[in-house]
Write a protein that binds this ligand. Structure first.
Ligand code: AP5
Length: 217
């Protein structure tokens, strides 16, 4: 199954993708994570990506599409994958459809996680991430046990470079202008389901799973 998680920055795509990947036993592909790994390793791609990400802008379509096509061609994706944060523009969506068709697959389901802008701003400003193992925390309801270090690997958790108030505002603007039109794109294709990203990570996940089960019933 190829499943895609759509939603505003901070809607909870990454949080749900990790859990769904465990349940469905297929890989989680996050374009944001791929870019951040390249930034950390100071690759050429990382340099390019950082110039967009740190300004709240989307990385150009041709760069992003090539990365995802390459990732989806890896042997561990033979039974499917969870796409987190891709596609994010109509041209990316069209390229993905064409690529999947060329390898005899299709995008089976798109889960749109619906969260309003105010909740997004609260979630992102409270988020801390582990730069080492990528674990995600929320200082309010899901803090690291000692408040500072990652529970899994002990590294100090940090605010992401693009999680400052100025960059969050730009990311939200990009989301509404470039990504939100995908809701209608997938509604027309008939593969979109909505999950209300209510407060509470388990509750949100339960919503998604219920919606998935109802769709496949
Ligand atoms: P990316 O890393 O994908 O960032 P994003 O889409 O802005 O999403 P986030 O990672 O900020 O949030 P999330 O929805 O995963 O939420 P999370 O689960 O962490 O992309 C970064 C950048 O890379 C982009 O801005 C762009 O520049 C570039 N990029 C990436 N893909 C691209 C593409 N396809 N094309 C072009 N450019 C691209 O949760 C957030 C917080 O809320 C956490 O603290 C979590 O604990 C908490 N939380 C989660 N769920 C709940 C809940 N139900 N209740 C309460 N709290 C919750």
């Amino acid at each position: 199954m190829i499943l895609m998680l759509l939603g505003a920055p901070g809607a909870g795509k990454g949080t749900q993708a990790v859990k769904l990947a465990e349940i469905l036993k297929i890989p989680h592909i996050s374009t944001g994570d791929i870019f951040r790994a390249n930034i950390k390793n100071r690759t050429e791609l990382g340099q390019l990506a950082a110039s967009y990400i740190n300004n709240g802008l989307l990385v150009p379509d041709e760069v992003t599409v090539a990365i995802v096509e390459d990732r989806l061609s890896q042997p561990d994706c033979v039974d499917g994958a969870i796409l987190d944060g891709f596609p994010r523009t109509i041209p990316q969506a069209e390229k993905l459809d064409a690529f999947l068709e060329s390898i005899g697959k299709k995008l089976d389901v798109v889960v749109n996680i619906v969260v309003d802008d105010q909740a997004v701003i609260e979630r992102i400003s409270q988020r801390r991430v582990c730069p080492n193992c990528k674990a995600t925390y929320h200082l309010g309801h899901r803090p690291p046990k000692n408040g500072v270090n990652c529970d899994a690997c002990g590294h100090e958790v940090v605010l992401r470079d693009d999680d400052t108030p100025e960059v969050i505002a730009k990311r939200l603007k990009e989301y509404h202008s470039s990504t939100e039109p995908l809701v209608d794109y997938y509604k027309e294709k008939g593969n979109l389901i909505e999950s209300i990203g209510v407060d509470g990570i388990q509750e949100s996940l339960d919503n998604t799973i219920r919606a998935l089960i109802m769709r496949n019933a």
